[in-house]
Ligand binder design. Structure first.
Ligand code: HEM
Length: 157
């Protein structure tokens, strides 16, 4: 019974942190960015707004990624012994995706944003396009993590 409760709590934490992470990056990329670009007549104001929006967000995103990963590894540990080969392959793929997402986020936050914040007006467009591509890759990584998580559950049916 207590193992079942622990599993339920971990599934809740894991699902909620994954949903918050996916929702934030999806909304930022597909809604906020386009609206902000249309809202500010001067391109420099849009860039300042984007930098302001991103300021200090790395701590929230890092926390979300960490909670999602740690709860995922704890869940995997709980279910490891009863698992079949396909389930194990899916969970290993999820771990790999998560590591990829951590690496991508570190690059965006510690490398790309610094360059973007210091860009000259001639460089704005190139950095914005690169930022959109990186954010799209993040949406894809977290979306695939969701799909694989659901696939793991389906195996138990
Ligand atoms: C890439 C980011 C990730 C996302 C978006 C994600 C998302 C999900 C979702 C939506 C579920 C299903 C929850 C439910 O409906 O019950 C799930 C289950 C699970 N995830 Fe993740 N996850 C991610 C990363 C990880 C990592 C890094 C691990 C550990 C290696 C992991 C291990 C698990 C396990 C063991 C389950 C339970 C599967 C089962 O019940 O058979 N996940 N995940």
């Amino acid at each position: 019974m207590s193992q079942r409760l622990l599993e339920l709590a971990l599934v809740w934490v894991h699902g909620l942190s994954a949903a918050a992470w996916f929702g934030a990056i999806f909304y930022r990329t597909l809604v906020v960015d386009g609206k902000a670009l249309g809202f500010f007549p001067r391109r420099a104001d849009y860039e300042h707004f984007s930098t302001h929006l991103a300021h200090n967000m790395r701590y929230f995103v890092s926390a979300g990624l960490l909670v999602c990963g740690l709860s995922g590894f704890a869940l995997a540990g709980l279910k490891w012994e009863a698992a079949g080969d396909t389930w194990l392959a899916l969970v290993i793929a999820k771990g790999t995706l998560w590591l990829g997402a951590c690496g991508l986020f570190a690059y965006v936050s510690w490398v790309h944003w610094k360059w973007r914040a210091c860009a000259s007006p001639e460089e704005f467009e190139g950095y914005r396009r690169e930022g959109q591509r990186l954010a799209g890759a993040m949406v894809l990584l977290s979306g695939t993590g969701f799909a694989l998580g659901q696939a793991c559950r389906v195996l138990a049916w």
